[in-house]
Write a protein of this length. Structure first.
Ligand code: 5GP
Length: 176
């Protein structure tokens, strides 16, 4: 058990399980993108740790960059997606891979895909470390999923609770 601010979380996915799955995804991406040179776009802040590890097991030549959106305050989604910052990279005719920490309602990913599509890429695929299928409200194709998890709030490995907990190397789930 750990405490992050006023909440108690229990250990849910340990670091070795995360590393094993991240390496599997990296291998699969390297296979799928052989002969292609993808632009990998991580969604800040949550995906920083996942993309850091994932990028090390991607063996094809790849560009790595980050964008930032925010749709979350505290524990529940506000349902609003704000502007995307940093989508400056030239994406025309490029193979784009969007990397998220977690897909909850799917709203952020839908919004992101709309914006990336406008840049006329050759292809777009999505990667998420975590996915809550029971929370999904928007139709979205997830090409690579690390773990499907129940609809409970999690922190760690990049994910925060009110700004804290991102640096925890494992994934913790809210108790109660
Ligand atoms: P969506 O737009 O799919 O509803 O939400 C995506 C974003 O909400 C994620 O990138 C993440 O920032 C935040 N989010 C969703 N579920 C959780 C969760 O269980 N824990 C944390 N820390 N953030 C979450």
């Amino acid at each position: 058990m750990i405490q992050v601010k006023d909440k108690i979380f229990k250990r849910y996915i340990d670091n070795s399980a995360i590393q094993k799955r991240v390496m599997e995804i990296g291998k699969q991406i390297s296979k799928d993108y052989a002969e292609k040179s993808p632009v990998i776009i991580g969604v800040l802040n949550g995906a920083f740790m996942f993309l850091s590890d994932l990028s090390k097991s991607i063996t094809v030549p790849a560009e790595v960059s980050f964008i930032k959106i925010s749709s979350y305050e505290g524990e529940t989604s506000t349902g609003k997606v704000k502007n995307i910052l940093g989508l400056g990279t030239e994406l025309e005719n490029r193979h784009v891979l969007i990397v998220e920490d977690i897909v909850d309602t799917g709203l952020s990913m839908v919004h992101l895909l709309d914006q990336v599509r406008k840049k006329n890429p050759a292809s777009i695929k999505t990667v998420t470390l975590l996915h809550k299928p029971d929370a999904l409200k928007h139709q979205v194709v997830l090409d690579y999923v690390g773990f499907e998890i129940p609809n409970k709030f999690v922190v760690g490995y990049g994910l925060d609770y009110d700004g804290f907990g991102r640096n925890i190397p494992e994934i913790y789930q809210l108790t109660t």
